[in-house]
Design a protein around this ligand. Structure first.
Ligand code: PRP
Ligand code: HPA
Length: 171
């Protein structure tokens, strides 16, 4: 791994018992606060897809930060994928199962059908959010060319659920 990326990985804070007892939470905020680390991570996220996408979709909430930066860095647009009930003009909604209960993701219809979309998020855990996001974009007529996350939590098996995902770091 490139030395700058290795340094960036060290900046991810590992927080025990957040948001509930027993969960080891990976917090990318210190990485984003470091200019060099933020830049190399955005470059690493988009690298395999360069020239192959028109729009970056970011998943609420930390995916917004990565997608906005990636869009500006690559001269593309950005679409927010939000939790249900937040958007004034939702055009599609996809529900998915959580450990307890259900959630839904929504997006507005602000990109032309056939737009080539790269989906970004901070963490791949069980994969439910990313899989629902793929379905959501398909409902809007987008062509999802790939997905990338900063950190894959391998033990949670998200790759089997969400399909092929480019990951910068694994834990
Ligand atoms: C986290 C993370 C991903 C999602 C991954 O978001 O940022 O979006 O969970 O989980 P999954 O692979 O099991 O679906 P969170 O639900 O904490 O939402 P937030 O970013 O709005 O706090
Ligand atoms: N960090 C951020 N999002 C998450 C995590 C985590 O450790 N686990 C599940 N979603």
């Amino acid at each position: 791994m490139h030395a700058d990326l290795a340094r960036a990985e060290q900046l991810i804070a590992v927080v025990p018992d957040f948001p509930e007892p027993g969960v080891l939470f990976r917090d990318i905020a210190p990485l984003l606060a470091d200019a060099g680390a933020f830049r190399v991570c955005v470059e690493a996220l988009v690298e395999p897809f360069r020239g192959r996408f028109d729009v970056v979709a970011g998943i609420e909430a930390r995916g917004f930060l990565l997608a906005g930066a990636a869009a500006v860095a690559t001269g593309t647009g950005m679409v927010p994928i939000r939790k249900a009930g937040k958007l004034p003009r939702p055009a599609a909604s996809v529900s998915y199962a959580l450990e307890y209960g259900e959630a839904a993701v929504e997006a507005s219809d602000d990109i032309p059908a056939g737009s080539r979309v790269l989906v970004l998020d901070d963490v791949l855990a069980t994969g439910g959010t990313l899989r629902a996001s793929h379905r959501l974009l398909a409902e809007l007529g987008a062509d999802v060319v790939g997905s990338a996350v900063l950190l894959e939590l391998e033990a949670l098996g998200g790759r089997a659920v969400a399909g092929d995902v480019h990951t910068v770091f694994t834990a």
